[in-house]
Design a protein around this ligand. Structure first.
Ligand code: V47
Length: 363
């Protein structure tokens, strides 16, 4: 199968179609695909690779929902391993690992059945009070939808309340796979695709920047991945506030979906293809981010030549992937991140959450 027509479109900066996307997934010519994605990536970012100094915070793992791919959630406070930190405990828990260099907290967690919306507001306020210089990237669209149900408020009103409490931007989780044929088998209780996209659109209208993810490598087909990316592209055309796309490889340990899937772990080729194709299809997204926690730092480094221009991050305490079988470490130092970037022939740029440069690329 030749990709000549797609190559011509990419060279002319023409938008790729659904069929182009599926054909790219079908190709075994990984290097041709990588070269195409790398061309697009270099046109946008040259040899710069961004990273940031962040810390993940998961205030509770108690969750009212039953998503079958999730190994992090506990349905009841009494379940083994269940925890809920008070806002004060959140601040105390992270204190030993927060220094002045940290620029972002990534705050997500369970949809707690009884704590109420005020708990989540208090967590943001406590973090902002203690660390006013740190950007709060918090709560997925699924959490925003849950808060709206808890309170009877509109999504916009929930977002406004959270902005008052210190919210600065939103992460891209909870997107999973948009197509209902797949979504209904993974997380039927969760905000559906339309609601997830509407909430991001609302956030964009309120001036918040947001991210987007896709959870791949389980029961979905290539067509579902392409559909997912094209829905994001259409939303971005309309509301324009997405910063980065992060494909998330499914981890099968300790969850019921993992017992059902044939493939279990994604392969390196699948991961690289998915990143490269996202660079090619999402022509209106500035950044494609590799989450080294799920890819391994080694494959994330290779991904820099397959369309990726951003590495997440120092992270510090990752729970969601490690509960699901990740064997990577839970944190990475800036020095190691920079080493991976430089030794792949790129220049590292430390950024803040909004992609402002903190430390410029070294010469
Ligand atoms: O929403 C849950 C996924 C997401 C599993 O916005 C799983 O900058 C694989 O969204 N196997 C949370 N994936 C992580 C996330 C994220 C990560 C890094 C950066 C950003 C950002 C966002 O993790 C969940 C879900 O899609 N997830 N369980 C699992 N077993």
């Amino acid at each position: 199968m030749t990709l000549a027509d797609i190559e011509a479109k990419v060279a002319a900066s023409e938008r790729l179609s659904f069929d182009d996307g599926v054909r790219l997934f079908e190709t075994h010519d990984l290097l041709a695909l990588g070269r195409l994605a790398d061309d697009v990536r270099r046109r946008r970012h040259g040899d710069r690779v961004y990273f940031n100094k962040n810390r993940h915070i998961n205030p509770t793992n108690v969750c009212a929902f039953h998503c079958n791919f999730c190994s992090f959630a506990r349905n009841h406070e009494s379940d083994p391993g269940a925890y809920t930190w008070t806002p004060e405990e959140v601040v105390e828990h992270i204190r030993p690992t927060v220094d002045e260099g940290i620029t972002e907290f990534h705050v997500v967690g369970g949809l707690h059945p009884t704590l109420g919306f005020e708990y989540y507001e208090k967590v943001l306020r406590a973090l902002k009070r203690e660390y006013p210089w740190v950007h709060l990237k918090a709560f997925t669209a699924v959490e925003i939808d849950f808060f709206a149900e808890l309170t009877g408020l509109s999504h916009t009103a929930v977002l406004q309340r959270l902005i008052e409490a210190g919210l600065d931007s939103m992460p891209g989780g909870g997107a999973e796979i948009f197509h209902w044929d797949v979504r209904r088998k993974m997380c039927p209780e969760k905000a559906n695709a339309e609601v997830w996209l509407q909430i991001h659109a609302q956030a964009h209208r309120l001036g918040l920047r947001t991210n987007a993810t896709m959870l791949y490598g389980h029961i979905e087909e290539w067509e579902h991945r392409v559909d997912h990316m094209l829905r994001l592209r259409a939303q971005q055309d309309e509301s324009g506030g997405f910063q980065t796309f992060i494909p998330l490889a499914f981890h099968p340990d300790e969850n019921s979906l993992g017992k059902k899937v044939r493939r279990r772990w994604t392969t390196g080729v699948d991961d690289l293809k998915t990143l490269a194709i996202s660079r090619l299809l999402l022509d209106n997204f500035d950044h494609i981010k590799a989450y080294w926690i799920m890819l391994t730092p080694e494959l994330a480094q290779v991904a820099l030549s397959f369309g990726v221009n951003d590495l997440d991050g120092t992270v510090i305490e990752e729970k969601i992937y490690h509960d699901a079988g990740a064997t990577t470490s839970q944190a990475m130092t800036t020095r190691t991140l920079e080493k991976f970037i430089r030794s792949a022939g790129f220049r590292s740029v430390e950024r803040d959450t909004l992609y402002n440069t903190i430390a410029p690329a070294d010469a």
